[in-house]
Design a protein around this ligand. Structure first.
Ligand SMILES: *Cc1c(COP(=O)(O)O)cnc(C)c1O
Length: 440
């Protein structure tokens, strides 16, 4: 059995996280419940930062907050001196409400609205990662109209497909994101922005995929982007000071996943950037990275309560839990795999193989296809590991299920950071039908 971060099993045979008993957490807050191991999040952040410090290179580590966005996690990210990626006005608003340092906020997205861009200018955020020509036009207009400066990075697709699941690969040329590096689009984008009075081109950005285990793709991307910036220096006598290599560092969901330590990916990137820069006579740029999953993924655990069971004789045995695709759509969406444990029977022998089903009205609502567990009974607490990234942030109210609560645990203490939705919350935006309005 693999435990993550501060997880242990206590004398009662219960799973603990951050020094708190998860069975007690389930009783106190109800289930489904997201539990975040904040010490582990801090350790992950520091490991990335230390690697850059040791290699003596300018850097920013930006938490890609679409993985899990909330006021409280933004406040912890600020404590850890992280920068922050946001991809919508909603995430930006949350960051501002959290008091996150605005100059360290980076705004992403392939279709930012005018209102979102205007908000970015008015809040004077750190930079906008520009995705397309329409956005360049909008940024020029807005910056001239507001007479405000803005740092920009140009997002490019370097034509490298990292070996991962197709649905979550964005580095290929056939991608909805960014300027193509190979067919002249990136050059055109640079030419259109480099001399602009208010837009300051900081450099290039790429994000080649997610859940990547191999360093080769990162090395190839680093090389291509540095070479392009060196080429522009020759051509325009303009040195881009920043290279942003995105996120996508793989984590261990199950024993099938064998990630390198995060520092290993970063070391290889830095080495490549240094070598290629030296060869091209280019000043080593600052390196920015954007880990999402690898910062927050294994810090999150979901607790569910086991309810009904069903046996399909000779085929499989189902156990159903009180959540499902409404709080974690990744298994249904990508066939994502997870590991689990019965938190109240953490030392018991794993004598059964179950399919863990959710409670949503979809046959595909299965959380774990094959879970090795002790014999399960109604009322047992199932802990599903590594749900910290793209779990709560992709949660929905499908079937009008209320979204779970989220608690942070650290040093033996626990605190509620997102309340469980109530039935009242579910109808909060509903407006009663008025037959008078459409009566003829
Ligand atoms: C999603 C995303 C990330 C984070 O990806 P992870 O796989 O969670 O590390 C980083 N940068 C960009 C641009 C993204 O879209």
């Amino acid at each position: 059995m693999h435990l993550y971060g501060t997880q242990t099993i206590n004398a009662k045979g219960h799973l603990t996280i951050g020094g708190t008993d998860t069975v007690e957490l389930a009783t106190e807050y109800g289930t489904p419940l997201f539990v975040y191991d904040i010490q582990l999040f801090r350790e992950r952040a520091r490991a990335f930062q230390q690697t850059f410090e040791q290699q003596k290179i300018g850097y920013q580590v930006a938490y890609a907050s679409k993985a899990f966005s909330s006021i409280a996690i933004y406040q912890v990210a600020a404590e850890e001196n992280l920068s922050l990626d946001v991809v919508s006005g909603g995430e930006l608003y949350t960051a501002i409400k959290a008091g996150f340092p605005k100059e360290k906020i980076h705004f992403h997205g392939n279709n930012k609205s005018e209102a979102e861009l205007r908000m970015a200018f008015e809040e004077e955020i750190g930079c906008i990662v520009v995705d397309n020509f329409y956005e360049i036009d909008q940024l020029k207009k807005l910056s001239e109209q507001l007479e405000r400066p803005m740092n920009i990075l140009l997002r490019v697709t370097p034509g490298i497909s990292a070996h991962t699941h197709d649905y979550i690969t964005t580095g290929q040329e056939d991608s909805k994101f960014g300027f193509d590096l190979n067919n002249g689009q990136a050059d055109k984008a640079f030419a259109e922005t480099v001399h602009h009075a208010f837009l300051k081109v900081m450099g290039l950005h790429c994000h080649i995929g997610s859940q990547i285990f191999d360093t080769a793709a990162f090395r190839m991307a680093s090389e291509k982007l540095v070479k392009k910036m060196a080429e522009w220096k020759e051509q325009y006598e303009y040195t881009c000071p920043v290279l942003n290599l995105g996120g996508g560092f793989g984590i261990r969901y199950t024993e099938e996943d064998q990630p390198l330590a995060p520092s290993e990916y970063v070391k290889e990137m830095i080495q490549t950037v240094k070598t290629v820069s030296a060869d091209a006579g280019f000043d080593v740029p600052e390196i920015w990275i954007e880990p999402g999953r690898s910062l927050i993924g294994d810090a999150g655990t979901t607790l569910y309560t086991v309810g009904s069971t069903k046996e399909v004789p000779g085929t499989r045995q189902y156990i159903a839990v009180d959540g499902g695709m409404s709080d974690n759509i990744r298994p249904a969406l990508y066939g994502a795999k997870y590991s689990s444990l019965l938190a109240n029977k953490a030392n018991a022998e794993l004598t059964k193989q179950y399919t863990v089903a959710g409670k949503c009205c979809e046959s595909g609502d299965k959380l774990i296809e094959q879970a090795q567990l002790p014999a399960a009974e109604p009322g047992d607490i199932l802990s599903m590991f590594c749900t910290g990234a793209y779990g709560y942030s992709m949660a929905s109210n499908y079937n009008r299920l209320a979204r779970p609560a989220v608690v942070f645990v650290e040093n033996g203490e626990h605190q509620l950071v997102i309340k469980r939705e109530s039935y009242e919350d579910l109808i909060k935006q509903d407006v009663s039908y008025n037959p008078q309005v459409t009566r003829r």
